[in-house]
Design a protein around this ligand. Structure first.
Ligand SMILES: CNC(=O)c1c(C)[nH]c(/C=C2\C(=O)Nc3ccc(Cl)cc32)c1C
Length: 279
């Protein structure tokens, strides 16, 4: 029998924005905790709805331990709301994690940064490999707000990109077009997103875990684009190893050709060592 919202109890709102609303819910039959994302498709065109259906079907196929698990969906045709039931990540998002570390005046441990790097590399590999077999997997924002942690502090790549399908015109979307802090130089110069752009974004993320701030910051988009295309950033603290710093430098290479692909990154000796000593 199809599930309905009455099979769940809403425990609270986790977040809301252009992607819709994410709520913490409990499945009544087994008391298990999930989140559901409410996507209001009342203003979506027929083609948007069709795209939404195919993106949700893609979500269902993407099963990977480092990608947030899609569990089920509920369609409320009366209210034109799609509820996506997803796994609950009790560690929250990396953006909040970084803010907390910064507020405490402490730093992120190098071992944890290697763990994030290794697990995100696996998630990116999964996304890239699928797009090779013709199924264009949804481009997933590699930014701290879209990366989540489970109870064992394992990394899970989120799927906020889904809302792009809806072109959700909430006030959030209209007013602040999020500053593209992780946008790659080639994207700034008009080239469309490619797999090497994900590697740049990964470099920005690892840099931010070390320095508790992004490698490139500016007061406006023009200044930001100039800084990103220059590709100059402050060295991370000497408390971090040269291996980590050189990995970040290789990812933050403005030359797309020289920037490592996901395959090259998977052969990185330090990353292989991390995995070998932690499997
Ligand atoms: C401060 N952050 C939180 O409290 C938080 C927690 C405990 N969980 C989340 C978010 C998700 C969560 O727990 N599961 C999710 C599945 C998909 C997506 Cl796009 C987001 C989530 C968040 C943002």
């Amino acid at each position: 029998t199809a599930i309905s919202v009455n099979d769940f109890e809403v425990l609270g709102v986790i977040g809301s924005g252009s992607y819709g609303t994410v709520k913490k819910v409990m499945r009544l039959k087994d008391k298990k905790i999930f989140v559901w994302k409410e996507l209001d498709y009342s203003s979506a065109s027929e083609s948007d709805k069709q795209m939404l259906v195919s993106e949700v079907n893609l979500l269902r196929e993407l099963k990977h331990e480092n990608i947030v698990k899609y569990v089920d969906r509920i369609i409320d045709r009366k209210k034109s709301i799609l509820f996506l039931i997803m796994e609950y990540c009790e560690g929250g998002d990396l953006a909040s994690y970084i803010a907390k570390v910064k507020k405490e005046g402490s730093t992120v441990e190098e071992q944890f940064i290697w763990k994030v790097c290794y697990q995100l590399t696996q998630a990116i590999k999964e996304c890239h490999s699928r797009s090779k077999y013709g199924r264009s997997v949804l481009h997933r924002d590699l930014k701290p707000a879209n990366i989540f942690l489970d109870s064992q502090l394992n990394v899970k790549l989120g799927d906020f990109g889904l809302a792009r399908v809806l072109k959700h015109e909430t006030s959030f979307a209209k007013t602040c077009v999020g500053t593209p802090l992780y946008m790659s130089p080639e994207q700034m110069s008009g080239m469309e997103y490619n797999e090497k752009s994900d590697m740049w974004a990964l470099g920005c993320l690892l840099y931010e875990l070390c320095s508790l701030r992004p490698p490139f910051v500016a007061n406006n988009q023009i200044e930001l684009a100039a800084k990103i295309c220059m590709g100059k950033f402050d060295r991370i603290s000497k408390n971090y190893s040269i291996k980590l710093y050189s990995l970040i430098c290789s990812l933050l290479d403005v030359d797309v050709e020289k920037r490592p692909s996901i395959e090259v990154l998977l052969q990185n000796s330090a990353l292989l060592n991390y995995h070998a000593s932690n499997e």
